[in-house]
Design a protein around this ligand. Structure first.
Ligand code: CTP
Length: 408
């Protein structure tokens, strides 16, 4: 089962140098199981040839509303009715202005106007020079297409083909792919604000060394991504990890357990769900040496003293908002044996409605995992699968447990 199996995407290209990235986007969509029908404006064909896009999509490209290949000669109706989504990448400033006006004198704008809006989402990936991007006319047009029901995916920042640097670059193919996949996920957490802690913490001994663990943060990042795909606003509080931030997720980077506690207490003030996946260090050095701890020549190792870190999950779960049922808390347990007993005991000890157990050595750094859900009704296993798949299942499980009325 691939991410986009059974999905049919109309990929519309308009005139812009970012067309070169659309070739890669097309490839990613096809690789993920989608069928892709490319439609190009005449301006787009100045930047990339229909031959390239046909070869990558495996289908002849459409470019004219008078295409005689369609028996009824209505490609705008046929193409927009078949689609599960229409993606405009790149969408030029001019094309966005044309959408605002409802223009329809060429095939791509015509099929956008003709799309059945209630079941075919229109995703727009703008691409233009930074001055064009910030121009009030462009910003006004973007607000209007958004109000008219399209989803504007945003732009990147950086070096532009014109030699200038700023906002207006088309998002990278992998980012657009992530947005398209997200569009198809059920919005089970719409209206919720989810806070996730992820990764290890690092407890410094001196400026050079410290205590940490092997947590990669992958499960927490997958949960943040899945929650955002499910329609939630997401704050991800990340310990020191080298993972890209999922699209649309607000990330707060922290190092120590104390910083993670402070960030979590702040973020959960207005959250409705808290998922604690971080492998928080239980102990921190009692004192932090300002300079590197040196060997003193005696052959004796230094004596280190530790103090216990606060339990972030426990602190949040005992807070007023969790007690009042306004904040649903989910804990994780990484064990090395007796998972069921430890997970049950940990759920009771932390006073939380849902605890997710896994075997630490089988998950740390891996892309796959299996999870054990422990709640008041008992124990249920989510069998081994990619972490993102498990995260999506967990998002649905959390949504199903939210107090009725809040569940969408
Ligand atoms: N946790 C936390 N703050 C801590 C320790 C743990 O928020 N200082 C959270 C973790 O994010 C996880 C859960 O508590 O959701 C369980 O963490 P784990 O390390 O498995 O359990 P501990 O409570 O530390 O218990 P033990 O060391 O006995 O296994």
């Amino acid at each position: 089962m691939q991410e986009l199996d059974g999905k049919h995407i109309v990929l519309g290209l308009t005139g812009g140098i970012a067309c070169y990235k659309s070739a890669e986007l097309c490839r990613l969509l096809v690789k993920a199981g989608a069928t892709v029908q490319v439609v190009m404006t005449e301006a787009a064909t100045q930047f990339i040839t229909p031959v390239t896009m046909q070869a990558l999509s495996g289908r002849p490209v459409y470019g004219s509303q008078w295409d005689v290949r369609e028996p009824n000669n209505m490609p705008h109706i046929n193409l927009s009715r078949e689609a599960d989504a229409i993606v405009l990448a790149p969408a030029s400033a001019d094309f966005i202005a044309r959408l605002v006006q409802g223009r329809s004198d060429e095939l791509l704008s015509l099929l956008c106007l003709a799309r059945p809006a209630e079941r075919v989402p229109l995703l727009i990936a703008p691409a233009m020079n930074r001055e064009m991007w910030v121009h009030p006319a462009t910003q006004r047009n973007l607000r209007q297409v958004d109000a008219d029901g399209a989803r504007v995916l945003g732009v990147g920042n950086g070096w532009q083909a014109c030699g200038e640097t700023g906002d207006g670059r088309m998002l990278e193919p992998a980012q657009l792919f992530e947005e398209i996949v997200a569009e198809f996920q059920p919005k089970v957490l719409a209206g919720e604000h989810v806070v996730v802690t992820a990764g290890p913490t690092f407890e410094a001994l001196d400026p050079i060394r410290g205590i940490t663990n092997h947590s990669s943060g992958k499960m927490g990042f997958a949960i943040a991504r899945a929650a955002r795909e499910a329609g939630a606003e997401v704050t991800l509080i990340a310990g020191p990890v080298h993972l890209p931030t999922p699209r649309g997720v607000q990330r707060l980077d922290v190092t120590s357990a104390r910083q993670m506690l402070e960030a979590t207490l702040g973020a959960t003030q207005r959250a409705s769900v808290f998922v604690a996946t971080a492998a928080v260090a239980d102990w921190r050095p009692a004192s932090h040496s300002e300079h590197k701890i040196k060997k003193d020549g005696s052959g004796q190792p230094p004596v280190l003293h530790f103090v216990e870190n606060d339990d972030i999950l426990l602190t949040v779960a005992q807070g007023a908002r969790a007690k009042a049922g306004e904040l649903f808390c989910v804990g994780f347990a990484a064990e090395s044996e007796n998972l069921v007993e430890h997970a049950k005991a940990k759920r009771a000890r932390k006073g939380i409605p849902l605890l997710v157990g896994n075997i630490g050595p089988l998950t740390f750094g891996q892309d796959h995992n299996s999870l054990l859900l422990v709640d008041a009704d008992g124990v249920r296993e989510l069998p081994r699968a990619p972490k993102l798949m498990l995260a999506r299942e967990l998002a649905a499980e959390i949504a199903a447990r939210l107090p009725s009325g809040r569940q969408r």
